[in-house]
Structures are given as C-alpha cells and as structure tokens.
Design a protein around this ligand. Sequence first.
Ligand SMILES: CC(C)[C@H](C(=O)O)[C@@H](O)C(=O)O
Ligand code: SF4
Length: 463
Amino acid sequence: MRTLFDKVWDAHVVSQVENGPQVVYIDKHLIHEVTSPQAFAELEARNIPIFRPEQIVATADHNVPTINQDQPVRDPLSKQQLEQLAINCEKNNITFYGLGHPYQGIVHIISPELGITQPGMSMVCGDSHTSTHGAFGAIAFGIGTSQVAQVFASQCLLMNKPKSMRIKVNGKLNANVQPKDVILYIISKIGTNAGTGYFCEYAGDVFENMSMEGRMTVCNMSIEMGARGGMIAPDETTFQYLKDKPFAPKGEEWDKKVAYWKTLPSDTDAVFDEEIEFDAADIYPMITFGTNPGMGISVKETIPSKDSLNENEKESFEKALKYMGFKDNQSIVNYPIDYVFIGSCTNARIEDLREVANYVKGKQRNENVVAWIVPGSKQVERQAIEEGLDKVFEASGFKLREPGCSACLAMNEDKIPEGKYCVSTSNRNFEGRQGPNSRTLLASPLMAAAAAIHGKIVDVNKN
Ligand SMILES: CC(C)[C@H](C(=O)O)[C@@H](O)C(=O)O
Ligand code: SF4
C-alpha cells in the first residue's frame, strides 16, 4: 500500500538519521546561471570537488536575451553570470548547453525534451519550478543555493520526508479548457498555501487523458499552491513521449526501465495524508486578477466581492486590486490589455505554440498590443520553424523570438513597462514580476492568444 511518491522516495533513501531526516540520493541535478555561482564558489573555497559531475546538466536561461543570441550579451551582469557558468562547467566537466547550443533553453523544458527527466528519478535544481519534472513520475523539487552546494559535494540531500496529498479531477473538461486552466482553477479553490509541507499527486481522468506537455504545465505550478512538488503516475503517454529521446534508455535497457516504471503508480489501497477532489465540468477558461496565482476566476465570473472575505484576507485583497487597478465585483471581460507574453517553463512547449498558431491563423494581432512569443528551448524553436508556425505568427503580426525565461521574470531586457497590463502564460503574477509596477494576468496560451488578437480579455468560447 504505497503511493507513487513513497515508492520513488524509498528507492532513494541512502541512510536515516535516528529520529531525524533522511539522506536521499539525487539522480539528476539541473543548474542554471542564477543559483549556481555561489555554490560553485563555496566548494572551491573549501577545496571540495564536485562528487558526480556526470549527474549534472547546465543551461543558460534566466537572463539570456531573446533576440540576436548569436551576438555578445550586452547586459554586463547577465554576461558575467553566463560566462561564470561556462567557466564553472568547463572546470568541473559538467555538460553545459550555453547560448547557441542546439539543446539550450529553459531548464525545465530541455531536460524532459532531451529524455534526461525519467520516471522514478529523484531530481533537484536551484529553482522552484523543478516541480515540472514530476509530470513523469519523478520526485523533483527546487532547492536553495546551500543545498545546491550539498548536492555538488555529495550527490545527496538531507531531508525530512514530505506529507502526501492527492488531487483528483474526474470527468470531461469543457471546450477550450487547457491544462493551465485546470491548475489555475485548483489553486484558486485551495489557495497558495494549501500544499505547504506536501508532495501532491494529480490523479483522475483529466490527468490520465492529458498530454505530457499538459502534465508538465500542471506539475510546474504545484509550487504556486505551496507544495514541495507535484507528480503524475507514469503511463503509456509518458513512455511514448520519452521513447527515442536523445538521453532516454535504448534497446534492452529501455524494456527493463519500462517494466520498472510500470510498478511505480500508487497502489489502489495507498493512503494519502490529504485528499481533494474536483469535477472537470466545473472548470472554465481562467484568468487571474490579483497578485498571486490563487487570485483567479473563470473568465465568465466577476472579481469576488470584498465582503465575501474575512478580515485577514481583506487587506491583501484590497492591496492586490489597487496594484492591478481593478475593483471588486468587476468583470474582466473586455478589459483592454497592452502586452501578451507567450512563454516560460509553464507554457512554451511545442504544443503550446501549436495551440496559439492554430488560433491566430488568419487573424490579426490588435495594433495596441505588443506580443512576444518566446519558445522554451532551441528545440522548440526549431520544431516551430519546421512546422511553419513562425510564418503563421508573422502573418498574424507576431514574432517568434529566441529561447529563455524572458518576461516571465524580466531578468533580461524583456520587461513590461510600468502600469501596463500583460496577459501572460507564465506562472507568477507577483508585484513587479514582469518589470517594475507591471501588471500580470495569468492565463492559458489560448486565452493569451485571444487577448492579443482582440486587444482585450475575451472569453475564448465566444470569440
Ligand atoms: C531565479 C530562480 C531562483 C527563480 C525560482 O526559483 O523560481 C525563478 O526561476 C522564478 O521563477 O522565480
Ligand atoms: S521560465 Fe520563469 S518560472 Fe520558469 S524557470 Fe524561468 S523564471 Fe522561473
């Protein structure tokens, strides 16, 4: 009677501190330019070698420019961080997909698409959205810089086992409800702290019928409800996706692995510390109106009334609405917007770009909207061009840029100006996230594409 999480966790426990935490072996350690430099410096200062460099993969993503990537990086801080990562990887024999490499891209996009992420693995990265990889039935979570150093030195982590939660969504989704809507809906119902201390398994028809891309979108945002990570049981969809990926097992090894992966799903009598259930029929295309990902509504609804909230909630609610320039009880449909960002580790995979192309084909971008389409990786970019999506985008007034985190957190030049509204397919709508005093409305790629065409928030089921 074990859960998926139990099975993968147990297989990685190296030792147990008496009445204390466990030492957990880490199969894959992903790194990027922002959270690795201090950890490398720490090891160097203490003269400790990197224990297993072959278990580490590095990429350049957070502060890379998304145009002219073949030219030198202009921003001095970005340039320095990117160069430092290249030096650190070279010195320590770590595989590095830097700018210009055909595998470069957002860390949580490249590892799955290369087949580095696999079911049953334990994976970490100094990045909160590492939860994405749980879509394959891996235990994957973000760690802080001191833990990055710990994993560098030992390939292990000292950890207390998290509690387990299962969220089931059964039934059939309504038209144009995308995986992003499902996770925005869940977070809007349970709040941004509901998952604190838990690892969450997503189960039920909706996730079983979802593509790997969709499952990654869902698991990606687990952290936004406070969970340490999210997971979905590996199945035929997972195996089909992984088969023949560059780093996926091959031949006999593949068969052996698949046989093992099939043993991982939670036993039918497994017990979770917490269980929550939703009905797929209740979910409709979503949009956020506030400054955390839990402040979301279906596009048909109005912003909640402040009278419906308790005293504690009221203050942050009012602050969020003031920041966003909204009023309670207001509908957001037809609200004009200025920017659209289609990108990030939540929604910049090929499937997302196909959805957008499919919607915008034959239509024109509203002239008041600046729209950025930023592919999650070089491979996504290449695939999009191969399929002619770049031409579709161009004909509709959109430009396909080059891969990176971009306006998801605006560490590069892609910033939303002060006071402007941006419909974004990313995962965080915090104050200033996309640039100082910018205003973010989180939505699915389809809702974002529709906003770019109409110049305002629209219900995709009516437009
Ligand atoms: C820069 C990095 C530490 C950060 C994270 O951990 O999530 C970033 O990726 C984000 O999305 O805010
Ligand atoms: S795309 Fe955004 S959320 Fe994802 S890793 Fe980059 S900054 Fe973090």
